[in-house]
Design a protein around this ligand. Structure first.
Ligand code: BGC
Length: 774
């Protein structure tokens, strides 16, 4: 299809018109031998991008930097005026590089067809979507999955998400979110890997590998996006979108590590963030985007803004208007404008005025085109648009099995006194209580845009499959009223106790009571911060009333963040953290309750005793004062009304069996700080009655350093499986990557001095030894 167009650019920036003579086949018709350059780029792709850029107008290059949200019934009649009509017009002009929230083969094909067949150069769109924890078959929310500490399972879950999303026309996910987060009030903790940078980095990499696979150009893999760069997890007071003010050491040693790992793992895109970081919005932050990410780290992919984050710089009080916001964002290295409409409106003029250099536009367009070539979109723009594949892949049996597997592994046994769990499979009268127990919607969690409502297996359905016991259900109270997607306090904090009586009655007659309490699926997520971390509504009162008639309670928590449940911890014998576990939630919970899966999860975030302790995290620094009262100390570092420790520590999680840790060995005990190699080994014995899995955790403390170091830092973990009575030796190696840190001059250094080593099944239950670097 030869095209010979006169392009009128007057609409954008003046009266210039040029003539071009190009065919889209010519652009693509270059053989695909892969030769890599010394910076890891594929030379064939680079030369294709060069050829394409050479024939693109400045407006077309800027077009690649423009991303629009899905806007209309794509397969219906096209509007003649309004915002949607304008988007159609821009697509035809080649002024749109990407769309988000267009999904399903029919719609993606329709929009891609306009870009490919009706624009001058026919450059395909990259189609983005928030595939956060699954597409339609939902995995556990990311925080839950992180509790598995099982990288193979996490990778598999991302693979399934990519499989389904790619079958629905999508080729780019805005995941993983790898913001380290220490504040349970922040609703978006549900979307990340928790409070630890080491664990967070491993999880981020596993998810990127799952999404992108071995071959990004295959039709079942999609580009990943490391977000939000940077500091979003440190929003003040846990309020979403809030200011972030953190020092160099925290930025380098806590915030950056998962992003460094993501870049090393070859993530194709980054997303910047809504927040202001130390006075400069991340979107216009040149230090973050150009100097660190694209400069020091050599990132070759592209950076997309967060939704409208370019325009939000006006409200931040940083940009005086849309034009200056576009100028600042482009100059700082934000390559693609998500829904601010500002690049397409202002960048060409800004280039003409000399305020944005053309080479920067070219660099952004190059990065975006590179990823499109890598995805294979130029070879076949419709490769993700196979209706048969869409029908057979989405919701398949294999996908359901995969998400069930990761759901089981995400459950954390917080407490199990008197061996109340696992439940006996026969002859028991079980009362199941709580509105969340029969809820088929809530387990799907936040960020499940393509999932059909009410499609999760509820706990009630899961437990009904165990037929040897009698099971009666009473909801006790509602946890929400009406449409829960837009939660308001009045909707979720119902005070209605009229159903308490029925719940108390069934509890009285039961051998064991299983109570499913917590947050609904939309109580966490974006824009859903809370100032309270207790059980919402009258659920706490329900728990206490039921306890009065039957104390044999198994409390199953559903939540998207750590909750503060001190009363439950003091009174309830068994507590199971079951988060929001996705489509197979009820099956996973039932299998754990009945012992068909022995719980193996460990907390990726500390659980506070009350909200006043937040932010609370295990890898804090030491103060100059003791944390316990001492004879000569009048003022020590503590709260006068609460303990310093969390209710449940980072890394905590029990099993139906017991694990004993012995024989901690460190070799050598002294070595040079120059390229050290230390081996830490430990024997773990299963001293209980069940076969089980344990996550063996290794922490260190650098006792004296030129920049103070945390009291504990995770530096290794391994999941092992042991039969009763068996012992296994686990070894870890510590080296310059794990023993060093960034100083405040951004250098990675390993310092001489004494180190403590801690090994155990939780950050607060370890055995210790030490070594010295000389
Ligand atoms: C969120 C991003 C998300 C984007 C697109 C924003 O509000 O912060 O994480 O990817 O919307 O949906």
């Amino acid at each position: 299809m030869k095209k010979n167009y006169i392009i009128c650019i007057g609409i954008l920036c003046g009266f210039l018109s040029i003539s071009c003579n190009t065919s889209s086949e010519e652009i693509n018709d270059i053989t695909t031998n892969t030769v890599t350059t010394n910076n890891g780029l594929d030379e064939t792709i680079e030369s294709k991008v060069d050829s394409l850029l050479a024939i693109m107008t400045i407006e077309e290059k800027i077009g690649q930097m423009n991303q629009y949200n899905g806007f209309w019934d794509l397969t219906g009649p096209q509007p003649k005026e309004g915002a949607a009509a304008k988007k159609y017009e821009h697509l035809r002009k080649g002024w749109v590089g990407s769309m988000l929230n267009v999904r399903g083969v029919k719609d993606v094909k329709a929009v891609q067809k306009i870009a490919v067949e009706e624009s001058r150069l026919g450059i395909p769109l990259i189609i983005g979507f928030d595939v956060i924890h699954g597409y339609k078959t939902m995995s556990p929310i990311p925080l839950a999955e992180s509790a598995s500490w099982d990288m193979a399972a996490i990778k598999k879950s991302a693979e399934v998400a990519a499989l389904e999303a790619s079958a629905a026309g999508i080729n780019w996910t805005f995941a993983p979110m790898i913001d380290v987060s220490r504040d349970a009030r922040w609703g978006r903790v549900m979307e990340g890997g928790g409070e630890d940078p080491f664990l967070g980095a491993k999880i981020g990499v596993a998810r990127i590998q799952g999404f992108q696979g071995e071959d990004l150009s295959a039709n079942n893999t999609i580009a990943a996006c490391a977000k939000h760069f940077a500091g979003y997890g440190f929003s003040e007071a846990g309020k979403d979108y809030n200011t972030v003010d953190i020092g160099t050491s925290t930025l380098n040693n806590i915030v950056f590590p998962p992003f460094i790992a993501a870049n090393k793992a070859g993530v194709k895109t980054f997303m910047n963030s809504f927040n202001v970081l130390n006075g400069i919005p991340a979107t216009a932050n040149k230090m973050l985007q150009r100097d660190v990410l694209k400069g020091d780290w050599g990132f070759n992919g592209f950076i997309v803004s967060d939704w409208g984050s370019i325009t939000e710089m006006i409200a931040h009080g940083y940009a005086k208007d849309g034009k200056s916001a576009a100028e600042m964002a482009a100059n700082a290295g934000s390559d693609m404008d998500m829904e601010s409409y500002l690049y397409v409106e202002h960048l060409a003029n800004l280039v003409n005025e000399g305020k944005v250099e053309e080479r920067l536009i070219e660099d952004s367009a190059r990065r975006i085109l590179r990823v499109k070539y890598e995805l294979g979109l130029f070879e076949n723009p419709y490769k993700y648009c196979d209706e048969n594949r869409e029908k057979s892949v989405i919701g398949s049996k294999a996908n359901k099995e995969a998400v069930l597997d990761v759901a089981k592994k995400s459950i954390v046994l917080l407490k199990n006194n008197n061996k109340l769990l696992p439940l006996k499979k026969e002859g028991q009268k079980i009362a199941l209580i709580g509105a969340l127990a029969s809820d088929k919607n809530s387990p799907l969690g936040s960020w499940r845009i393509a999932a059909d409502d009410n499609t999760a297996i509820s706990v009630l359905e899961g437990m009904q499959q165990y037929k040897g016991n009698s099971l009666v259900y009473a909801k006790g109270t509602d946890v929400s009223i009406g449409n829960t997607a837009f939660v308001t306090e009045t909707k979720i904090n119902t005070k209605d106790k009229s159903e308490f009586g029925k719940a108390i009655k069934v509890a009285k007659e039961a051998d064991v009571v299983v109570m499913v309490l917590g947050e609904i699926g939309f109580q966490s997520g974006e824009g859903r911060s809370r100032t309270k971390l207790d059980l919402p509504g009258v659920q706490q009162e329900l728990l206490e009333e039921v306890f009065k008639v039957n104390s044999n309670i198994v409390l199953v928590l559903n939540n998207g963040r750590p909750l503060a449940i001190p009363w439950a911890d003091a009174h309830i014998p068994s507590i199971v953290e079951a988060w929001q576990l996705g489509s197979q939630s009820g099956n996973a919970i039932a299998q754990v309750l009945y012992g068909d899966y022995n719980p193996s999860g460990k907390l990726p975030m500390s659980f506070p005793r009350n909200v006043g302790q937040v932010p609370i995290y295990y890898n804090h620094k030491s103060t100059g004062r003791p944390t316990e009262p001492a004879p000569d100390i009048v003022f020590w570092s503590h709260y006068s009304d609460q303990e310093n420790t969390p209710l449940y520590a980072f890394g905590h999680g029990l099993s139906y069996t017991n694990f004993e840790y012995n024989n901690l060995k460190i070799k050598p005990k002294n070595t040079s700080a120059n390229n050290p190699k230390i081996t830490v080994s430990i024997d773990i014995t299963n001293s209980g009655d069940y076969e089980g899995k344990e996550v063996v955790q290794l922490y260190i403390r650098d006792l004296f350093a030129s920049v103070t170091r945390p009291v504990k830092e995770l530096k290794g973990f391994e999941m092992i499986s042991l039969k009763p009575g068996k012992t296994k030796t686990v070894s870890f190696e510590l080296n310059k990557e794990t023993l060093g840190f960034y100083n405040n001059e951004d250098q990675w250094i390993v310092e001489q001095g004494e180190f403590e080593v801690f090994v155990g099944g939780s950050s607060d239950k370890t055995i210790t030894s030490n070594f010295e670097l000389k």
